[in-house]
Design a protein around this ligand. Structure first.
Ligand code: FAD
Length: 222
C-alpha cells in the first residue's frame, strides 16, 4: 500500500537520517550601528559576511567536514533598518549567526566579531551588549535543531527531494494514517509553509480514500 511499510524498516530508515552543520547565534546591541566600509551594507537588511566566493566555499567545506574555521561564514541581520522601533535611541540590535560544525561546543562569539570587524573596522568598540545562543542552546530552544542544525537535517539531494527516509511519499511517516511536515521534508527549510501544505494535502487524500474504503483506518491497526 502507498507509503506504508513495516515498523522496523521505518525505524531503520529514520536512524539513517543525517544532520547538517550547526549555527552559533550572537546578537549585539551596537551604538550607531555597524560601521561597514561598504556604504550599501549600511542600508542592507541582511549582509552575508565571508570574503571572496572561494573563501566562503573553503570555509563551508571545513564546517561540513566537522572542523571550525577561524573565519566562519556569518549572516548579519539589521532588521532595525526596516523597523526602527527595535532600537533604543542610537543603540541598534544587530542579529548574527555563524555556520559552525554540528554540535560545536566552543564559543564562536569572538570569531563572529572578528569577521565583521574585517569589513567594518571599529565594530567591536561600538558593542554595548551581547546575547549568545550556542548549538546546544539552539537545540534546547527547538528540539528540531539537533546539534544546532537550524535547517533540520542535511540538505543533500536525497534528503531534500525524498525526505527523511527516502520515499516517493515524504509526508507519510511510514505508519498508516500518520503524516508529518517540518523543514525535514521537501521543499526544506524556510518560512514558506509548503512542507505543511503538502503534508495536509497528503493527509486529506488519505481521509478521502479511507472514506471510500480503499485505505485502512489507523485506529484498527496494531
Ligand atoms: C536563526 C534562524 C534564521 C532563519 N532565517 C530564515 C530566513 O531568513 N528565511 C527563511 O525562510 N527561513 C529562515 N529560517 C528557517 C525557518 O525558520 C525554518 O525552516 C522554519 O521555521 C521551519 O518551520 P517548521 O514548521 O518546520 O518548524 P519550526 O518553526 O522549527 O517549528 C517546530 C516547533 O515544534 C517544536 N518541537 C520540535 N520538536 C518537538 C518535540 N519533540 N516536542 C515538542 N515540541 C517540539 C519546536 O519547539 C517548534 O516550536 C531560519 C531559522 C533560524 C533558526
Amino acid at each position: 500500500m502507498d507509503g506504508i511499510v513495516g515498523r522496523r524498516s521505518v525505524a531503520r530508515a529514520y536512524r539513517r537520517f543525517r544532520y547538517g552543520p550547526g549555527a552559533f547565534k550572537a546578537d549585539f546591541a551596537v551604538e550607531d550601528g555597524v560601521p561597514w566600509l561598504a556604504q550599501a551594507a549600511r542600508r542592507a537588511g541582511t549582509v552575508h559576511v565571508g570574503g571572496t566566493f572561494a573563501e566562503i566555499a573553503a570555509t563551508e567545506r571545513e564546517v561540513h567536514a566537522g572542523r571550525m574555521p577561524p573565519r566562519p561564514f556569518v549572516l548579519v541581520g539589521q532588521q532595525y533598518l526596516a523597523d526602527p522601533q527595535r532600537s533604543a535611541g542610537n543603540v541598534h540590535p544587530v542579529w548574527t549567526y555563524a555556520h559552525v560544525p554540528n554540535g560545536y561546543t566552543g564559543d564562536a562569539t569572538e570569531a563572529i566579531i572578528a569577521q565583521i570587524e574585517r569589513f567594518a573596522p571599529g565594530f567591536r568598540d561600538r558593542i554595548v551588549g551581547t546575547a549568545v545562543r550556542t548549538t546546544t542552546g539552539l537545540a534546547a530552544y527547538n528540539p528540531n535543531y539537533v546539534g544546532g542544525n537550524i535547517m533540520t537535517g542535511a540538505k543533500d539531494i536525497p534528503q531534500l527531494v525524498f525526505g527523511p527516509r527516502s520515499t516517493l511519499h515524504p509526508y507519510d511517516v511510514g505508519l498508516p494514517g500518520h503524516f508529518f511536515c517540518s523543514a525535514a521534508t521537501p521543499p526544506g527549510p524556510g518560512a514558506h509553509g509548503m512542507c505543511g501544505a503538502h503534508a495536509a494535502a497528503r493527509a486529506l487524500r488519505h481521509l478521502h480514500r479511507r472514506s471510500l474504503g480503499s485505505e485502512p483506518d489507523p485506529r484498527n491497526s496494531s
